[in-house]
Write a protein that binds this ligand. Structure first.
Ligand code: PLP
Length: 402
């Protein structure tokens, strides 16, 4: 499997569907096209495909099939979990929600909407290393806290949160714990029971499955209300005719992702180290997020004196697909809320570059990036009057920040 048309280093934005996932989807468009709710053979076959996928996905996380609810993707799963957990809390007079400052907008904007409805939101700091501190969660919990939602892996800087510990703290206090695992699923082992996870959001297109499908895991016993009303699909919890091909593709992609995961991660980790060591040789460059506690396939840098947008444009001209942060915020000239949460000044956060890669990237991809990137950075800096003025004396980035 390759994406030869480009050097594709934007796997955190989306991935190419795997051949195996695509093959699993095809029959659901053709011979098994039935509506799972129909009471005839065609319907039963489609229903069997959905239920088989549900069981296989559940098994990947040590969950039970009845705890998996299919959605249209990660955003819907986040909205559903947070809105309905808040509603559950409100019934008991609990109107306080806790999250982190650098969540995906599917989480942050849902929380903002709830704030307008009278909920109170505490955002935990993520500090310079991009990590939530468990003791700060402990201190933020209140009698009226209804929900804690902290992402497993940040989509921009790749840092891995201490989910198991955050979950344990919530479990001890009887507070619901949701985690957005969109960037973790298929990349890191997840065990909902061992990690004290009450709810988690998944999205297939981040692990070589199709776009437009995801799932919400809801631990048995949590009476989460509906987000979408209508028919009785998903045991009455999420209406709408199931996206059968996508659901079948998601199960196949997830299983494939997790096969030989350790070996794939070791390979990706080696590419990460190689890229990181070489890119940090570029003067006045810093790595964003903790050096070690990050997923193997993420690197995020700031190049002082450069606009992230121009950098992407020049890399694009070389056939290199990268990102300045999340795909949802690029296109706007706002600096990334994630990098601001890490404490970077706005003008520095503007010069960011996210490279996200995985086992489907070749060493030739890394070669190409290392061949082109330093020159592009140098060219852009040579065109920047601010850079020239500030760096007549070539200070290092680190010294300047002290
Ligand atoms: C991509 C992403 C989402 C959104 O998932 P969609 O399926 O695209 O809606 C949510 N959270 C994180 C962390 C993501 O990376």
């Amino acid at each position: 499997m390759s994406t030869e048309k480009y050097v594709y280093m934007d796997q955190a934005a989306t991935t190419r569907i795997s051949d195996r996932a695509l093959r699993a989807m095809m029959p659901c468009f053709t011979e098994d096209f039935g509506n799972p709710s129909s009471l005839h053979g065609a319907g039963r076959d489609a229903e069997a495909a959905v239920e088989q996928a549900r069981a296989r996905i559940a098994a990947c996380f040590h969950a039970e099939p009845s705890e998996i609810f299919f959605t249209s993707g990660g955003s819907e799963a986040d909205n559903w979990a947070i809105r309905q957990a808040a509603a559950l809390g409100a019934k008991k007079g609990k109107r306080h929600l806790i999250s982190s400052a650098f969540e995906h907008h599917a989480v942050l904007h849902t929380l903002e909407a709830l704030e307008k409805d009278g909920f109170e939101v505490t955002l935990l700091p993520v500090h310079e290393n991009g990590l939530v501190r468990p003791e700060e969660l402990e201190a933020a919990l209140r009698e009226d806290t209804a929900l804690v939602t902290v992402m497993y892996v940040n989509n921009e800087v790749g840092t891995v949160q201490p989910v198991e510990e955050l979950g344990r703290i919530c479990r001890e206090k009887g507070v619901l714990f949701h985690t957005d695992t969109v960037q973790a699923a298929g990349h890191l082992p997840i065990d909902v029971k061992a990690q004290n996870i009450d709810m988690m959001s998944l999205s297939a297109h981040k692990f070589h499955g199709p776009k437009g499908v995801g799932a919400l895991y809801v631990r048995k016993g949590i009476a989460l209300g509906n987000l979408i009303y209508g028919g009785g699909q998903e045991r009455g919890r999420r209406a709408g005719t199931e996206n059968v091909p996508a659901i079948a593709g998601m199960a196949a992609a997830l299983e494939e992702s997790l096969e030989d995961r350790e070996a794939k991660n070791a390979r990706t980790r080696a590419m990460q180290r190689r890229l990181m060591d070489a890119i940090l040789q570029i003067p006045c460059t810093r790595l964003n997020g903790d050096r070690d506690r990050r997923v193997p396939g993420n690197l995020n840098f700031c190049f002082e004196g450069i606009e992230g947008e121009s950098l992407l444009l020049y890399l694009d001209l070389e056939g290199i697909c990268a990102s300045s942060g999340s795909a949802c915020t690029s296109g706007s000239l706002e600096p990334s809320h994630v990098l601001l949460a890490l404490g970077l000044p706005a003008e520095v956060a503007h010069g960011s570059l996210r490279l996200s890669f995985d086992e489907t990237n070749s060493e030739a991809d890394a070669d190409r990036v290392l061949e082109k990137l330093p020159g592009v950075v140098e060219r852009l800096r040579s065109m920047s009057p601010v850079w020239k003025e500030q760096h007549a004396d070539q200070q290092s980035f680190g010294e300047k920040r002290e």
